[in-house]
Design a protein around this ligand. Structure first.
Ligand code: SF4
Ligand code: SF4
Length: 486
């Protein structure tokens, strides 16, 4: 870390905000804004909403016996389909891997550019942004909305409110509706929903999600970010001095003054800050934050105040970037007359990237090399073994075969590790005592008896390995257990 130079202030020279400990939430009326970050947010919103609403309708051919929906959580059959990947309940560790990658990606984003997840990709931000767009379209921009909020109700105003809440509820309903489409064949479920023939649970889920979307994005908005979400607190503990956050460059902005006074001061060769105290940065903020007070829990790092301030700077003929993605280290360096430095490669970004690469690599490797056949073995608890009348020793097992392919498989079972084991799959014809047919994308559980002849020398406990081999393709899977003797 570069230490701040001596005798240079490292905190914004602003008055201490006299904030009460408890305060009722104030209504927020963010103003519309144009600029780089607003455009990025529009594009990302379109991409995220497009993916969310349309993905259930994307088809993926997996053969005649499997669903053709690209992304599907098949709860009745306990399967998860994601394009070419099909996960079984036994493969739940992939979800653990995904969670680790998601957490590390969030940490990495935070180490590079603070809460960019919050500002651009969090569903709360995306849907609230959409709801604000509807509100602005119907009720007008900030000033009009503030005026209307205080004014008496008129028929026109009631009409506006009905329209706004109607559109909000429709969006919320579609949000819930799209969610349930991930749990069943989407086109079929849409038809069933439209003809009131869908399962009751689908309507219940849509109802709950309609309510939560309407409440969180329409009414609670920034309060979710400020009061409910744990991430701002966690993020504050994870950040460091090199992370780029939306920063008011007070080295440039202070002392703030009016345009005219600033011009007069500059003409006299005295220092005047670039901030003209126009409060545009506060007016556009979706959480009502004044970024000039420094980094705050309420700031979701959306960059809209950057756009607002850049517009002001362009109008008054000053360089853009009075508010920008930056950090206090660089402010201190500029105050000391040094060039700013940006350190994206440092211990924590390398560690996060390494963990992401490692987990993703392991997941990809296991996914690409996994067999689509599996076997689980469970030894009988009691009795552990039986001595037959001829002196042979017999152990019994419950064996489950998993056929993860979409066609019928003929599986041959064999065992090794004990001398001359004779297998008998109970219920199968004597002629094919070790052959088991397993249906497409199914599991089959069988009882198996393993007998070793009387002359064989076995211990009280012997390792035994069962092998399931696909007779046609040669795919195989093994499982280890024990064979017990006297
Ligand atoms: S928009 Fe820029 S100039 Fe206006 S108050 Fe905010 S920081 Fe100052
Ligand atoms: S302060 Fe700026 S970056 Fe932070 S939430 Fe408000 S507008 Fe977005």
């Amino acid at each position: 870390m570069v230490p701040p130079p001596m005798n240079m202030p490292v905190k914004p020279p602003v008055a201490v905000v006299d904030a009460p400990l408890y305060e009722s939430a104030k209504k927020n009326f963010p103003q519309s804004v144009h600029g780089r970050f607003r455009s990025i947010k529009w594009v990302l919103m379109a991409v995220f909403l497009g993916i969310y609403y349309l993905l259930p309708f994307v088809r993926w051919d997996r053969g005649p016996n499997s669903p053709s929906q690209a992304v599907l959580v098949d709860l009745p059959n306990t399967r998860f389909y994601f394009f070419f990947i099909e996960l079984w309940p036994q493969e739940v560790y992939y979800f653990t891997g995904l969670l680790v990658i998601a957490a590390m990606t969030l940490f990495l984003m935070n180490a590079v550019a603070g809460r960019i997840w919050c500002g651009y990709a969090c569903p709360q931000t995306v849907w609230t942004d959409l709801f604000y767009a509807v509100e602005r379209w119907i009720e007008g921009d900030r000033r009009e909305r503030m005026k209307k909020d205080k004014a008496e109700l008129t028929a026109r105003r009631v009409g506006e409110l009905v329209l706004k809440h109607g559109i909000w509820l429709t969006i919320a309903w579609w949000t819930g509706g799209a969610w349930v489409l991930y749990f069943a064949d989407a086109p079929t479920l849409v038809k069933e929903l439209a003809t009131f023939q869908a399962p009751m649970i689908a309507y219940a889920c849509i109802g709950v999600l309609t309510f939560t979307t309407y409440t969180l994005a329409g009414h609670m908005r920034e309060q979710v970010c400020i009061y409910m979400c744990p991430w701002p607190r966690i993020q504050a503990a994870l950040t460091d001095e090199w992370a780029l956050n939306v920063t008011y460059r007070y080295d440039r902005g202070e002392p703030r003054t009016s345009i005219k006074k600033a011009a007069d001061l500059r003409a006299l060769g005295e220092k005047a800050g670039d901030c003209v105290d126009c409060l545009q940065c506060v007016a556009v903020c979706p959480t009502g934050v004044d970024i000039r007070h420094g980094s705050q829990l309420g700031c979701i790092q959306c960059g809209l105040c950057i756009d607002a301030c850049d517009t002001v700077m362009a109008k008054i003929g000053r360089p853009s970037g009075l508010i920008a993605y930056d950090n206090d280290v660089n402010i201190a360096r500029r105050l000391a007359g040094e060039a700013p430095v940006y350190r994206f490669i440092r211990a924590r970004t390398l560690i996060y990237t390494g963990i992401i690469a490692l987990v993703a690599g392991v997941m990809l490797y296991t996914l690409s090399t996994r067999t689509l056949i599996d076997i689980n073995v469970l030894h009988d608890r009691n009795p552990l073994f039986v001595t037959l009348s001829d002196g042979s020793i017999r152990n019994a097992y419950t064996i489950r075969f998993l056929n993860k392919r979409s066609d019928l498989r003929t599986i041959e079972l064999s065992a090794s590790g004990v001398p001359i084991p004779v297998l008998h799959v109970i219920g199968e014809e004597p002629a094919s005592r070790t052959i088991v047919a397993v249906g497409p994308d199914q599991t089959r559980e069988v009882r198996v008896l393993v007998t070793v002849p009387p002359a064989a020398s076995i211990q009280a406990s012997n390792a035994i390995t069962f092998t399931a081999r696909d007779v046609d393709s040669g795919d195989r899977a093994t499982a280890r257990d024990h064979f017990f003797g006297p």
